[in-house]
Design a protein around this ligand. Structure first.
Ligand code: NAG
Ligand code: NAG
Length: 244
């Protein structure tokens, strides 16, 4: 509120004095550089370390809605999963590479077990491109998982991006998926997944959403369901999917 009223005053003053500068002022105010924040590695320079099976807790700039509940954080898995809830991930370095049908039975993959090395997936999860993914260290590859935040309230956007390696191989080449998941403040119940580069068309991945170990919707299970540039909009409240 305060920022926009200062902006209007500045605009009004500038408009009467030197109109040619008005568009410049508007441009400078509106165009804020997106803020990038690395989770693992760096998409330009690569990563000094190899990462596999990690989870990180990201505080969101605005709450997102998941099955009708607002959350101020998302856990991000290197294996293409996002999970809301402050305490959802008990073992941040636990493997979540194992793939089952969604909803994923916790027992089947070892959830709640005392051994943090057991494969495990959280109860609440958006499986954007769930498979065994990893960040290779440079100079083998220029891999990273990062967030980008842009815009100002109430129109902010946060994007989680992956540029990683997988175990998939197409035509003798290792598949290095690139994809992102964006949330807009104006519609915080929509996850917009953009598959920039999915050479194996998702045949090694599981995609879907779940709210518990027994409730969820599977969109694809290890099938060739994706093309480069596809956008999958997931309504996190109604659990509906729209590919375009
Ligand atoms: C969730 O957040 C939105 C936007 O801030 C708000 O309108 C809504 O009332 C909140 N819902 C709940 C259940 O708190
Ligand atoms: C995860 O982040 C949220 C939001 O910042 C915070 O409330 C919560 O305590 C964090 N959880 C852990 C286990 O650090």
């Amino acid at each position: 509120m305060q920022i926009s009223s200062i902006f209007c005053l500045t605009l009004a003053a500038a408009a009467s004095a030197i109109p040619t500068q008005v568009s410049k002022i508007i441009g400078n105010v509106k165009r804020q550089a997106p803020v990038e924040s690395s989770i693992w590695g760096n998409s330009i320079t690569g990563s000094p370390e190899y990462y596999d099976n990690n989870w990180a807790n990201v505080t969101l700039p605005f709450p997102i809605s998941f099955y009708g509940v607002n959350y101020s954080n998302l856990w991000v898995s290197i294996n293409g999963i996002l999970s809301p809830g402050p305490e959802q991930i008990q073992y941040p370095d636990t493997s979540s590479a194992i793939q089952n049908h969604i909803p994923v039975d916790s027992i089947a993959v070892g959830a709640g077990q005392e051994r943090p090395d057991l494969p495990w997936v959280p109860e609440k999860a958006l499986f954007a491109l769930w498979q065994d993914l990893f960040v290779e260290n440079a100079p083998i590859a220029l891999h990273a998982v990062w967030t980008t935040t842009s815009g100002s309230a109430p129109s902010r956007i946060i994007t989680f991006s992956w540029k990683v390696s997988s175990e998939g191989v197409v035509g003798g080449q290792i598949v290095e998926p690139e994809f992102s998941v964006s949330f807009r403040e104006a519609r915080p119940y929509i996850a917009r997944i953009e598959y920039t580069d999915v050479a194996d068309k998702g045949i090694n991945a599981v995609i879907g959403i779940q709210s518990s170990f027994s409730t969820g919707v599977e969109w694809s299970y290890k099938t060739e369901a994706l093309f480069n540039g596809d956008i999958l909009a997931v309504n996190l409240d109604t659990q509906t999917f729209n590919i375009s």
